[in-house]
Each structure stands twice: as C-alpha cells, then as structure tokens.
Design a binder for this molecule. Sequence first.
Ligand code: CUV
Ligand code: SF4
Length: 628
Amino acid sequence: MAKEARGIDDLTMWDDAKAMLRKAEAEGIETVWDRLENQTPHCKFCESGLTCQKCVMGPCRIIPTNEKKARGVCGADADLTVARNFGRFVAAGAASHSDHGRDLVETLAAIGAGETTDYVIKDGDKLRRIAGELGIDVDGKEDKAVAAELADLFVRDYGFGANKKLAFLSRLPKQRLELWDKLGIAPRGVDWEVVEMMHRTHMGVDCDAVSICLHAARTSLSDGWGGSMIATEISDIVFGTPSPGKAEVNLGVLKQDHVNILVHGHSPIVSEMLLASARDPRFIQAAKSAGAEGINVAGLCCTGNELLMRQGVPLAGNHLMTELTIVTGAVDMMVVDYQCIMPSLVTIAQCYHTKFVSTSNKAHFTGAEHVEFTYRNAREKADQVVRMAIEAFTERDQSRVQIPEGPMSMMTGFSNEAILGALGGTPDPLIEAIKAGKVRGAVGIVGCNNPKLKQDYVHVNLAKELIKRDVLVLCTGCATSALGKAGLLMPEAAAEAGAGLRSVCESLGIPPVLHVGSCVDNARIIQLCAMLANALGVDISDLPVAASAPEWYSEKAAAIGMYAVASGIYTHLGLPPNITGSDTVTQLALGGLNDVVGAHFVVESDPVKAAELIDLRIQSKRVALGLE
Ligand code: CUV
Ligand code: SF4
C-alpha cells in the first residue's frame, strides 16, 4: 500500500467509529490507523514470507531472483522459507485457540473434582449427550462424575488422544477421515501437532515445503476438531447452550449514567464471572450510592460474542472499535483476558479515567492493574474488579464523554442445537430447502478487522451479496459486529435476501445471517457441515458451502482458514497471508490443495467479486450433487 494519508471516510464505514476518530484526533490520541500509516510501506521481504530468523547463522533474507541470495545460510530456498514461516504462523493460531480450550478443560476438571464452587454445570443434558457421544457410560452417574471423566478424555486429547486420534473426529463423514488417514493429516493430539510443527520447522528437520504445508493442515485440524471444538462444547456445558434472543450492538450500547464495564478478550471463564458480579444487587446498590443508575456490561471481540450468545449482553464493537470505545470517555473499566487485545489500549486508557485490568496469568500488560482469576477465586476477584469499576466511575469527567447514538438491534444465539431446534429437531428441513434451491448454499463469514481495509466494508457487502443470491450466512467473531451494525442480524433483513432464502427466513422468523458465536465457535460451523454431509451421505467437500474471512489479521484466523480448507470447505480471504514469495506454496494454497483435500483458498478484497467466486463454487457443487 502506498504511504498516503487516508481520510476518515476511507478508514471505516460507520458513523460511530468516524465520530470517535474525530474525537481522537481532537484529543491527540493515536490509533491503530495512525500506526499503520507510520509503518507503511511494510518490509517487502516479510510481506512475502522471505525472511528467516530461525537461527543465528542468519537472519536471512531470500531473494529468489538473485543467484547469490536465493538461499539462506543453511541453504533454505524461498519455498522452504515461506513454508516454514507459514507453518509456524498456523501453529501459533492453533495454539491460541487450543490453549484457551485448555482453560475450559481445566475448569471442567475442577468442577468434576469439586475444587470450585464458582463454576458449575449449567447444561447437564449437554454434558451427558457429549460424554455419551464420546463413548463415556453416563448411566447412574452424577453430573460431577461425568464431568470428571469427560475432562479426563479431553486431557488425553491434548496429549496423545485415544488411539492417536482426536475424539471429535468421530463426527466426520467417513470419506473425510479416510482421506486424512491416507494423507497422514488426521490430527493425533492438540498439543502434539503444534509442538511437532515447531520441531519440523527448526533448522534441518522438515526441508520440503509441501510436507510442511500438509503438517500445517494437520496442525490446524487439531484446532478446529480439537482445541476449538472442545472449548465450545465445554463452554456450553458450563455456561449454558445458547438459544435465540435479542441484543444490541455498536458504541451506542454504552450508557452515560451507568458504570460502564467492557470485557475484551476471549474466555467466557472471566467474562461470565464478571457479569455475575455486575448483576449482583449488592453492587448495583453500590453503583447507585456512587451516583450511577446501575452497572452496564458490554462486550468487545470474541468474549463479547460469548456473552452475547449466551446472555444477550450488548456488543460494543469489534477489533477496530476497541481503542475507539475508550475514546468515548464513558468506559470506566476495560477487563481483559487474552488475544487480540492491542497493547495500545493501556496507553489510551491512561488518557482517560479508564481502569485497565488484566486477569490472566498468561497475559500481562505493562501499566495495567493485574487481578488474576483462577477457578478457585474467580467470583471473589470479579467482585473486587466490579468494586474498582464503581470507584473509577466516580472519577469520570462527564464533560469529556461523547457516546454515539442509537444502538442497532440484533438476534443472536444460534448454536447448532438452536438451529436444529428451529428446524424441528432434524436438519431435514434445511436439506430440503437446499435441495429445492430455496437456500442455494451456506457461507460462514468469520474473523477480524484489519486496518488495511475499510473497516467492516468487505464483511457487510459480501454478506449482502450472498443473501441476495439465496445463500444463508453464518457469522462469528468480529464479523458479528459488522453484520449486526448493518442490520443483517434481524429477521427484517430477510427483505434483502433472494426470494427463496427470504421465504425460508420468514417462515422460521430468523434472519438471513445467523450469529453462531465467537472464533472458537467456528467449530459449530464445521460440525454443522459434517452433520449435513452425513445426512446426505457425501463428503464435506461435496457440499454447496464456503467460508470467508474478509478482513482477517491474526494467526488464529489463518488456522481457522486452514482447517476449513483441510475439512473440504472452499475459503475466501480478503487479503493474502505472507506467502507470496513462494510460487509452490502460493499455488498450493490457491488451487493445488483442491486436488489434495477437495478445497482451496481464494484471495479477493472486492466483496462483489468475492461473492461471485463463492457463488460459482456453490453452483458447481449443486450441479455435482444433481441439484441443478
Ligand atoms: Ni477471536 S481473532 S480480531 S477477536 S475475530 Fe476479532 Fe475474534 Fe479476529 Fe480477534
Ligand atoms: Fe538463515 Fe537457514 Fe538460519 Fe533461517 S534457518 S536464519 S534461512 S540459516
């Protein structure tokens, strides 16, 4: 990207964001967009994946067109360098989701062992259903005992897996698992695949680009069908399985006369407990004594999605809104756990009265107040944090407060259980609608914001194009805020859909875009795909479905995209990963993988063109299934 200042209208499509960008400018607050401009142009070697610093014979910069510099000191060429970098990139993403999942396994085990009273089993039916599905005999056992056994099984999955296979691979269509076995990419253990990627990419281990890419696929699958899926299922068991409900989204969810607490990060373990304290009448009374009308908890990013799905807690915004929320001057406290929390937030909080509180022993922020949450002390710590927020409210300078008006309404809570419930208990009505062409296919729009793209523009326009073409959209993560703000998460948005999708939505009273959760909840989408494939007796790669991460930025998003593709789902990205320095890796990603796993990536930043490409794929799959 050329280094030229973009106007505010080029940075975001939203009025709430623009108002805060103007306020930030007036108040001399630096944002992510300023820093992007200062960092542009980026290093060309890094952008194309051609730098290596995996040992101190280097660091090396590979110049494929220069005879003398085409190899690093060890002899690694462009293909190998790109593959090793990409492999580690995916491994870091898989590690992040899976380490989040580990916290839930630990919590479930603590419940089973009676080591916590703060966390309990909220959905005992789901606990028993999942345990039964995975071969645990639940008859005559108490919830606690089942929880302990299930946690134990997941602990094994993190290490070696029973029979060196992750438990949830039992959900796959037979063809898919056979293909993975043939390719040697069926994930064996959640931690195993990540560690093995670190090993393989050490100097002098796996020195074949294609081999590393295949292991990247396996690593990502240990996330999708392992760490993320485990995180989602335990979160439902402990905090409740989401069911449809109403909520609100955008900066207008902040309240001038309330103590505003924002939760940011990913783990419901922290945010759920905080919400419980904030809803405690004792603290609401304390807030009133401090001059507020009450306590308002709102979410950001994925932990915001978790609370939204299960509790209908309003969503203040997505990734690029996190800094701007503080600029309102109305945020008394931001409580974070881990992932996607820009360190700049601490600096911005210091420009206001905002208290910034970190809670995880694995995520410290210089300058923040650290209040560590564990399963033993969570409620006590949450109480302490809420008291601090009330105190912070008394220091708020109301003359600096500016809250953009008018939150948007949205519908949320579409877990697979809720989707099946809406369909009357089986996927058959959805399959019939797909066969009849009323719903031509389905696309998961997921993932982040990236300041290189106009905020939410690709998300929103891609979704609009798809629903027009009778393609049902499922969304998670930061896409949720984008599509919610655009009004697409309301049943009324069915009017913007094609005639077929519109009739289906109207008869069920659902929106044409269904909110299915946070990033780890992308596991719900692949599980739903597997259910549909099993019901039709086909492989996932035969389905008229696709995935899209239009504005992705993170290593986690790369892991998600990779496991979607390796599961057989065609995946659109709004911008490329840093792999373009290798023809081998790039061609594999953009096409070659189709012959290997039945799906591949496509990169396109224009939402209309992306919709056309996705539509072509859906159409070809419909034809192959004999539906057209
Ligand atoms: Ni996990 S990974 S910016 S919060 S979706 Fe949002 Fe979602 Fe990307 Fe991060
Ligand atoms: Fe250079 Fe090879 Fe070391 Fe990488 S591993 S820094 S390419 S010598």
